[in-house]
Design a protein around this ligand. Sequence first.
Ligand code: HEM
Length: 121
Amino acid sequence: MTTLYDKYGGFATVSKLVQTFYAKVAESEELAPYFSGINMQRLMDHQTKFFSEILGGPVTYTGNELKIVHAAMTITPKAFAEVADLLEEALEDMNIGDDDIETIMEIVDGLKSDIISSDNK
Ligand code: HEM
């Protein structure tokens, strides 16, 4: 079976996706405080590997567990939803098919409990 990674052009596509996604995150006033002082080059490198892996590519993410990475950030459900929306927009910009976007967003939704660490709305 062809993986989503191969279907859409492999590493180059994932790399472009992550860049498109972070350009949107960088413009979001709500998200800016979470990302201030972060080494974005390193973050995008990790994200590219992470998304390559979840799309079935031959690339392994070797960073820390998502729960550990995000634990101290007090990420609200609203901030999570904003990040998920921007990711969905980036997938649409990249002309990923609707069914495949749905599959990817279901995977991302499944990560919610590892990432949200604040009850604040
Ligand atoms: C939507 C699902 C999300 C996924 C799949 C995800 C994934 C990741 C990954 C793979 C890293 C790199 C970790 C490493 O250093 O190895 C990371 C770091 C980070 N994430 Fe997320 N993340 C998500 C949501 C969020 C949200 C909602 C926020 C904030 C509102 C956030 C803020 C950050 C920040 C600030 C870092 C950088 C940490 C650092 O370098 O010190 N993430 N994320």
